[in-house]
Design a protein around this ligand. Structure first.
Ligand SMILES: Nc1ncnc2c1ncn2[C@@H]1O[C@H](COP(=O)(O)OP(=O)(O)OP(=O)(O)O)[C@@H](O)[C@H]1O
Ligand SMILES: [Mg+2]
Length: 417
């Protein structure tokens, strides 16, 4: 472990990419297909030594990007999976109390000698306190992923996954690491990275992240891929599905993303669906086939009911579908929505909501309330979020701005017939 007293941070350029194209090619060779924006962000991250913050719906390849970055650069992957209530002892380091206790018991005799000639308790405590630095030293430190990444003698990729699930306090703890690649331990000193790690943070946008955190990162909104890239991803996964069927499947999935589903199908679900259809030996995406396999990609009962009602349109190969970008509705991930242009294809007729459908998501009438309660903005003022709108206002500091969605939504096209 290197502390600031020993030497300053250095950066490691051994694993840098030669160019954006080099990123694309090496990631593709590792089975991860990037687009220009994504490849450029990764290239810049490795050149600027900046962490990257990936935001976007579930299943669009955020976590996989970090895993592929590790595979491609030959770096070890260290992962901090964030969750609500997580404290810094699970993220940074903690003192190994068990080991401290064991040592004090084994050294009982020696400790006895130290306090032997003292006459008062205060004096004895003072003597023991003089030994603090022995017990609060590197020997008794249990590093957790963040400290492990900073202290690693080898360059690593650090994945801080689903950072939006962590509390704001933990987010604040990250700031020093993200800006300086160092961690301060009061008892020991400041641990400085020998090699700047490649840090990838992911967020499903269940709450806003602080402006301070965003400022330290290259930010990328990772959306659903365009049709061609999604098709290429499926092809790269050896699903066993014929190309013509895969093409139709991607169209159907993109139509599903246009519906007002709570959870739109992700790339990983498209892959699952392709595998399912291949296993079933399907030769055509008929209404029957779609109806019997929709549950592979649509995971909520209410969503399934809606999707089933759309099956006649979905199974019609002449239906118009959006061209590129995500084109998804409001229902992906954790209830955040993206603004986007209106697709040419007329929106499906609103489906009347029954009380049962409304409440089925979390198993009862309080389900929607529970989800809405979870989907509240953080408790800080607008400066914290770097937003011009008040958290909780209708423009929704928790929602992904329309600009984000629009960035990758580039219009619509008519499906070639
Ligand atoms: N660009 C891509 N190239 C190849 N495979 C991809 C790509 N994007 C996604 N996938 C596939 O989708 C799967 C899901 O991706 P991943 O788990 O990284 O999603 P995520 O965005 O982290 O989702 P969540 O928010 O639910 O954690 C991956 O295992 C991979 O098979
Ligand atoms: Mg993930």
């Amino acid at each position: 472990m290197t502390t600031s007293q020993d030497q300053p941070a250095t950066t490691d350029r051994g694993s840098d990419f030669a160019s954006v194209d080099d990123v694309r090619e090496r990631f593709a060779a590792a089975g991860y297909l990037t687009d220009e924006r994504l490849a450029t962000t990764v290239f810049l991250q490795t050149r600027l030594d900046k962490p990257v913050l990936l935001e976007g719906p579930a299943g669009v390849g955020k976590t996989q990007l970090a895993q592929s970055l590790a595979a491609v650069t030959g770096r070890k992957l260290l992962r901090l999976q964030c969750y609500e209530g997580q404290d810094e002892t699970k993220a940074l380091y903690e003192w190994d109390y068990g080991k401290q206790l064991l040592y004090t018991q084994m050294l009982r005799e020696k400790i006895g000698q130290i306090v032997d000639d003292t006459s008062t308790i205060a004096e004895a405590v003072e003597r023991i306190a003089d030994q603090d630095s022995v017990f609060f030293s590197e020997r008794f430190l249990a590093p957790r992923p963040l400290l492990e990444a900073i202290a690693s003698p080898e360059p690593v990729v650090l994945l801080i996954d689903e950072v939006d699930r962590a509390d704001e306090a933990l987010e604040a703890v990250l700031l020093e690491l993200l800006a300086e690649y160092q961690i301060s331990i009061p008892e020991i000193g400041t641990v400085v990275a020998e090699h700047a790690p490649y840090v990838v943070l992911t967020s499903n946008n269940t709450r806003d992240l602080s402006a301070a955190l965003k400022r330290r990162c290259l930010h990328l909104f990772l959306d659903y891929p365009d049709a061609q890239r999604e098709l290429d991803i499926i092809a790269s996964k050896d699903t066993g599905l014929a190309e013509s069927l895969a093409t139709r499947l991607v169209e159907v999935v993109r139509q599903l993303r246009e519906l007002d589903l709570r959870k739109a199908p992700s790339i990983s679900e498209t892959i699952d669906w392709a595998r399912t259809l291949a296993v079933l030996g399907v030769s055509e995406l008929s209404a029957d086939v779609l109806s019997s396999t929709l549950n592979v990609v649509v995971k909520y009962e209410r969503d399934l009911a809606r999707a089933l009602r759309e099956v006649p349109a979905l199974s019609d190969p002449n239906a118009e579908v959006p061209d590129s970008g995500h084109g998804h509705g409001h229902g992906h991930g954790e209830g955040h929505g993206h603004g986007h242009e209106e697709p040419k294809r007329p929106a499906p007729a609103p489906v009347p909501r029954t009380p049962v459908e409304d409440d089925d998501d979390l198993g009862g009438p309080s389900g929607r309330e529970k989800r809405a309660a979870k989907d509240q903005p953080g408790r800080h003022d607008e400066a914290y979020y770097g937003s011009t709108s008040k958290p909780g206002s209708s423009s929704g500091s928790r929602s992904v701005s329309s600009g984000q969605g629009a960035r990758s939504f580039q219009g619509t096209r008519k499906r070639p017939v």
